[in-house]
Design a protein around this ligand. Sequence first.
Ligand SMILES: Nc1ncnc2c1ncn2[C@@H]1O[C@H](COP(=O)(O)OP(=O)(O)OP(=O)(O)O)[C@@H](O)[C@H]1O
Ligand SMILES: O=c1ccn([C@@H]2O[C@H](COP(=O)(O)O)[C@@H](O)[C@H]2O)c(=O)[nH]1
Ligand SMILES: [Mg+2]
Length: 240
Amino acid sequence: METVVDASTSEEANGSAVEKKPIVVFVLGGPGSGKGTQCAYIVEHFGFSHFSAGDLLRAEMNSGSENGLMIRSMINEGKIVPSEVTVNLLQQAMEESGNDKFLIDGFPRNEENRAAFEAVTGIEPAFVLFFDCPKEEMERRILNRNQGREDDNIETARKRFKVFLESSLPVVEYYESIGKLQKIDAARPIEEVFESVKTVFASINEKVKPHGRAEKKFTLLKLQLKWKMNLLRNGVCKGY
Ligand SMILES: Nc1ncnc2c1ncn2[C@@H]1O[C@H](COP(=O)(O)OP(=O)(O)OP(=O)(O)O)[C@@H](O)[C@H]1O
Ligand SMILES: O=c1ccn([C@@H]2O[C@H](COP(=O)(O)O)[C@@H](O)[C@H]2O)c(=O)[nH]1
Ligand SMILES: [Mg+2]
C-alpha cells in the first residue's frame, strides 16, 4: 500500500509553497462497522471536523425541506440519495465549519458520489479509511444501537448491506487500486480499533499539520471561489 500523500502541502520544485488545499479523509465501511464511533475519537485527537453524510441527510429530512420526503423514502429503503443533494449538504457543512481538515463519514457511497464530489469541490481525499467488519457483527451492532434510527431494523439493515456490497465496495476497491486505502480491522473492541486508527493518523500527521489561522481563512476563501468556478464550468449540480 502506498504511503499517504497530502494534497495540502504540495510544493513546487524550487521549494516555494503553491497551494494549501483542505485535507479530506473519507471514512468508509459497511453499515454499523463503527465509522461514527471512531470519527468521534479522531476529532478529539487530531482536530478534524467530522461530517457524516447520513447524519446530514437525516437532519435535512427532519428540517421540512422539499427533499425531506424523498430522503426519508431512500433511507428507509437503504438506497443512495442522489449525489447533488448529498454533495450540496457536505459542501455547505464544510464551508460553515471554518476548519480545513475534514472527516467525511459514509461518503462516497458509489462511483457517482465520488465523481460528483471531486467535480464540484476539486478535492481528492488525502486517504481513505476503510473499516472492515463481518456482516454478522455489523448486523448485531445495528440492532443493538438503540439511537432511534428508522433504518435500524433487520429488513432495512439487509438492504443497506446489499447496497454496500454492490455500490460502495467498488469505490473502496478503486481507492485501494490507487494506493489511498487504509484498511482497519473493525471487528475488535472500540479501543483496539482506535489504536490502529491512531497509527494511521500519527504516520501522516507530519503531512497533515494544521494550517495557521490566517492560512486557514485564506484556504477557505480560495475553496469557496474554486467551488463557484467549478459549478459555472461543469454545472454538475442541477440544484444550485
Ligand atoms: N468496535 C466496536 N465494538 C463493538 N461495538 C461497537 C464498535 N464500534 C461501534 N460499536 C457500536 O456499534 C454501533 C454502530 O456504530 P457506529 O454508529 O459508529 O457505526 P457506523 O459505521 O457509523 O454505522 P452506520 O453506517 O449505520 O451509520 C454503535 O452502537 C456503537 O456503539
Ligand atoms: O452519502 C450518503 C450517505 C447516506 N445515505 C443514506 O443514509 C442512510 C444512512 O447512512 P449512514 O451512513 O448509515 O448514517 C444510508 O443507508 C442511505 O440511505 C446516502 O444516501 N448517501
Ligand atoms: Mg454512522
